[in-house]
Write a protein that binds this ligand. Structure first.
Ligand code: C5P
Length: 233
């Protein structure tokens, strides 16, 4: 697998045409296009089908969390769109098992969101959790094994612990990536591309450091280069 195939670009832009414009600029410097909540509600679902039909890998970042019947049916619909990855909140096995039923017969890979990378220890305390972000991420990563999910979304700061606890046969997908010198923004648990890969991440999710760069293709190429050097180190 080429380093650029491990780079997932978060297309957090207002309209599908903004996303098409970015995709044509970035080209094969990235391997997966992530369509999240902002774009999904402004035509992103049709764009996801269009990209999948054109043979591109699409990550529908819908972060599902609902009663099992709703999660199962939504997953079925997303699988039918031809998506490669879908996120589901990994808070409980019931929700994850519903998604597993929904993707039956498709190639859709299911990823559980452990703890959002924008949350820190104080935010979890506010939610009533007595666990630290790292403890809760690890707890939820183990739950996904029980559910049979393909992998987890977690920050680079937890990747090494997850890899150790769950073995090598599952995917760690890491957002909260900030190349040195770039703005952290609303993220809390950030890491550079090289360090996240060294910690065990299989794929990196990168939004603003690429989409808001003066030259998105050059920013993506630089991150793919970091992925390559970290993997060969
Ligand atoms: O712009 P930035 O690189 O911070 O974008 C990160 C992307 O990853 C966003 O699309 C965000 O929704 C997503 N994400 C995240 N943390 C998670 C799960 C998804 O930042 N735990």
């Amino acid at each position: 697998m080429k380093a650029s195939e491990r780079l997932i670009v978060a297309l957090d832009v207002p309209e599908p045409d903004d996303a098409r414009n970015l995709i044509s600029k970035i080209g094969d410097h990235a391997g997966v296009w992530k369509i999240g909540l902002e774009l999904l509600f402004s035509g992103g679902a049709d764009l996801a089908c269009e990209l999948a039909d054109a043979g591109q890998k699409v990550f529908v970042d819908a972060k599902l969390l609902d009663i099992p019947n709703t999660v199962e049916r939504a997953t079925e619909n997303i699988a039918a769109m031809g998506a490669t990855f879908l996120t589901v909140h990994g808070h409980d096995v019931k929700t994850m098992k519903a998604a597993m039923r929904g993707r039956e017969g498709s190639n859709l890979k299911l990823l559980s969101v452990t703890v959002l990378t924008s949350l820190d220890a104080a935010d979890l305390e506010e939610q009533g959790s007595r666990m630290s972000p790292a403890e809760l991420v690890l707890h939820r990563a183990k739950l996904r094994q029980e559910a049979g999910f393909d992998g987890v979304i977690a920050s680079g700061q937890e990747a090494a612990q997850i890899r150790e606890a769950t073995g090598s046969d599952f995917l760690i997908i890491t957002p909260g990536i900030r190349p040195s010198g770039t703005d952290v923004g609303d993220q809390a648990r950030v890491m550079t591309p090289a360090r996240a890969i060294a910690a065990g991440a299989d794929y990196l999710v990168v939004g603003r450091p690429i989409t808001q760069a003066d030259d998105p293709a050059a920013a993506a190429a630089a991150i793919a280069g970091e992925i390559e050097s970290a993997r060969s180190a």
